[in-house]
Design a protein around this ligand. Structure first.
Ligand SMILES: Cc1ncc(C[n+]2csc(CCOP(=O)(O)OP(=O)(O)O)c2C)c(N)n1
Length: 365
């Protein structure tokens, strides 16, 4: 572990923290020097992300969309880490990081179009809901098979290193993905070739219904880094400021040739795995209640209140603005129709082979 990661941020014994659970500072020296505007922007984005989740989840229950994955409780982990990267860096998402895409300028309208799979969807209705792509914001298309994005992010960073592009990549995955072959492949290669990648595991302690302790024998994901000769660090995933600090240090190290870091952001999955899942069957009710009390938005809100930034009036403004933004995006997106059938045959061949031409004609007739 680098000296900075070890010394400048306090650890609460098991993970790095800047804010205590009541929103007060664990150590004043570790407080980042963010502008009021940045702090407000981060808070708004966290609230907007949660509200988006709530609205899309409701739409699924109303039968207006087929499927959705919420990120409730994990906003600090993914928004904080994305915020720590520079815009030129690429993000490789799993599927539970919508706030990272919104931060990069992916509009709520495009997001709504993607989950509806309509003509406004940049992926033309070909991907599962929540599996978007946003090239302009340097976000690679999301793949469903768990772990796929890990070697992709390593390959990207390796290419950037060879070309002296001074870029880094950040790859998100869950605790379950650390039991995949792709995790091993990516970590091993990155360690050997010291590629400028940040591995960001959101350990929400569940892989669908499987609790963390049943899918790996190790007590912490961060420890897995040792096997690949890279730095591993566990951060409180519900502490936005700690996540930003740790990720910033990891990316600075990556850029300066120090190689990759594995960050484990410890958090908890508050909602279901997806809208096709019912956690009442396997969930741990008392653990859920315990983690709900550690909510990342509430913690950051208390910090902002202590700095004179948050007030009831400010909250009202944020809620209203976010509500209008989400409603408008959904309303506009729902006006659009499905992509036409012939688009199914686009974007692979410049000249359609004979058998596909036949299939296309048959389908259209
Ligand atoms: C290779 C592969 N195996 C199984 C699945 C089915 N699957 C979808 S999500 C998931 C759990 C992933 O858990 P984790 O990596 O912890 O991420 P989380 O959903 O908790 O954010 C599984 C097993 C899959 N998509 N890909």
């Amino acid at each position: 572990m680098s000296a900075i990661l070890k010394s400048e941020i306090e650890s609460n014994g098991s993970s790095v923290q800047v804010l205590k659970e009541d929103g007060s500072l664990l150590n004043k020296k570790a407080e980042p020097d963010f502008s009021k505007e940045d702090l407000k922007k981060l808070y708004y984005l966290m609230v907007l992300t949660r509200m988006t989740d709530e609205r899309f989840l409701r739409m699924q229950r109303q039968g207006r969309i087929g499927f959705y994955l919420t990120s409730t409780g994990e906003e600090a982990a993914h928004i904080g880490s994305a915020f720590a990267m520079e815009e030129k860096d690429w993000l490789f998402l799993q599927y539970r990081e919508p706030g990272a895409a919104l931060l990069r300028g992916f509009s709520l309208f495009r997001f709504a179009c993607q989950i509806l799979g309509n003509v406004g969807d940049l992926t033309k209705g070909r991907q599962m809901p929540c599996h978007y792509a946003y090239k302009e914001g340097h976000i690679l298309s999301i793949s469903s098979p768990i772990g796929t994005q890990i070697p992709q992010a390593v390959g990207f960073a390796w290419a950037a290193k060879i070309r002296n592009d001074n870029l880094a990549s950040l790859v998100y995955f869950g605790d379950g993905a650390t039991s995949s072959g792709d995790f091993h492949v990516g970590m091993n290669f990155a360690g050997v070739f010291k590629v400028p990648v940040v591995f960001f595991c959101k350990n929400n302690q569940l892989a669908i219904s499987l609790p963390f302790e049943k899918q790996t024998a190790v007590s912490s994901v961060a420890l897995k880094a040792q096997a690949y000769g890279i730095d591993g660090i566990r951060v409180d995933g519900n502490d936005l400021l700690a996540v930003i600090q740790v990720t910033k240090q990891a990316v600075q190290k990556a850029r300066s040739g120090g190689g990759p870091t594995l960050i484990e952001a410890l958090t908890y999955r508050i909602g279901a795995h997806s809208t096709s899942d019912d956690p009442r069957i396997y969930g741990d009710e008392s653990k859920l209640e315990e983690w709900k009390k550690k909510d990342c938005i509430l913690r950051f809100q208390k910090y902002l209140e202590s700095k004179g930034i948050w007030s009831l009036g400010f909250e009202k403004e944020v809620q209203e603005r976010a509500g209008v933004e989400v409603s408008k995006a959904i309303e506009e997106a729902e006006k659009l129709s499905a992509p036409s059938l012939d688009t199914l045959f686009e974007d692979v061949y410049s000249d359609l082979p004979q058998q596909l031409r036949e299939q296309k004609n048959e389908l259209l007739s």
